[in-house]
Design a protein around this ligand. Structure first.
Ligand SMILES: [Zn+2]
Length: 364
């Protein structure tokens, strides 16, 4: 099934391809879940599966989050085909996160076939736009999370040990645009106000907003400006990625961006942007959830650890609502978004078993 999923390519920006993958995933749970699709706007459709599982149900539910889209353009399979080699499965999206979805489907199948009692309703939501910001899925994720006792996220684990993720930084972006005044660099130099020079002053300052010890990083990642060497530049801009470990640091950082003022008064600085994904903070409830997972893994003879990452996921949204969220429960491997994307075959079984126990257990 992992091969079948990887070979059904599903880049975020190709709605028809994502929909094909969603239909494939839905076909795998037909008969064992109530399946519903939800519109994804300009992206593919989202999928919700409510599994029919053994046992009497308590109030509440367990929400499991996945995404159907990948960062790989259509046709990547021709240069990066699915293959099994050196104890791994390789291919675009195998780690992020098609294997995670397969693990979970098999975990549900195991609970049904072994007739293991499951304490709460289990809802799997597969979003189609995670790699491009989750704009249309975010409200659906939040709505489902509010009814949930815990959220499990099928993103890859950290490193070749497959550590679970108990903290993720919040992610945002800013665009800082400088409007200057164009002039001829030879004939009329003094009349120009260079947006490029003005922007250079601000880039240095923006980079200085980083505070590594507080988990705040500010990366001026893309700059553009000017038209020709013999023209004093009228426009220049920088696109900046920001990460914060704590939600309470975001407003102060936002104030710093908005306090940027032109040094050359003939220029004007315009700032847009902000935080897109709040941080997933390592709260006491998250730690409790991790401890339960650790004990369940130990019962399978597997030792698992926790980790923090600068990358975001849909778990950021659910954690920010105060719903205990555990992430990184999917494939164990390396190379997400890279040409060496792969998962370890010998970690498929224990991950699947852990997901089954987590979904069945008395979470939160
Ligand atoms: Zn992912």
């Amino acid at each position: 099934m992992i091969r079948e999923f990887v070979e059904c390519e599903s880049p975020s920006d190709d709605a028809a391809a994502v929909n094909r993958f969603v239909d494939l995933a839905a076909s795998k749970v037909a008969g064992s879940a109530k399946v519903k699709t939800l519109p994804g706007g300009r992206f593919g459709k989202h999928l919700r599966c409510e599994f029919t599982l053994p046992g009497r149900k308590k109030e509440g539910q367990i929400l499991v989050l996945a995404h159907s889209d990948t960062v790989w353009p259509m046709g990547t399979l021709s240069t990066m085909p699915f293959r099994q080699d050196k104890g791994r499965l390789w291919g675009p999206g195998v780690l992020d996160m098609k294997s995670g979805i397969v693990f979970f489907l098999f975990a549900m199948r195991a609970l049904r076939e072994l007739d293991m009692p499951v304490q709460r309703k289990v809802l799997l939501q597969i979003n189609s736009d995670e790699e491009v910001g989750s704009e249309s899925s975010r409200p659906l994720t939040e709505e489902a999370a509010r009814k949930s006792n815990a959220v499990l996220v099928l993103e890859p684990g950290t490193g070749l040990e497959g550590k679970l993720k108990t903290a993720r930084k919040g992610v945002g972006d800013y665009s800082v645009q400088v409007h200057g005044k164009a002039s001829h660099a030879g004939v009329d130099f003094q009349n120009g106000a260079s947006a490029v020079v003005e922007l250079a002053r601000h880039i240095e300052k923006i980079a200085g907003f980083t505070q590594l010890e507080r988990g705040i990083t500010v990366n001026p990642g893309v700059v553009a400006g000017g038209t020709r060497t013999n023209v004093v530049a009228a426009e220049a801009r920088v696109e900046v990625d920001i990460r914060v470990a704590r939600l309470k640091d975001a407003p102060a950082l936002d104030r710093k961006f908005h306090a940027l003022k032109a040094v050359d008064k003939r220029c004007r600085v315009e700032v847009t942007g902000g935080l897109n994904r709040p941080p997933m903070e390592r709260t006491a409830a998250v730690v409790r959830l991790f401890q339960q997972a650790k004990e369940l893994a130990a019962s399978l003879g597997v030792e698992i650890e926790e980790s923090a990452t600068g990358g975001g996921s849909d778990g950021n949204f659910t954690a920010a609502l105060g719903v205990p969220t555990l992430d990184g429960l999917g494939g164990v491997g390396e190379g997400a978004h890279a040409s060496n994307e792969s998962i370890l075959v010998n970690r498929i079984a224990d991950r699947t078993a852990l997901l089954a126990l987590l979904a069945a257990g008395r979470l939160a």
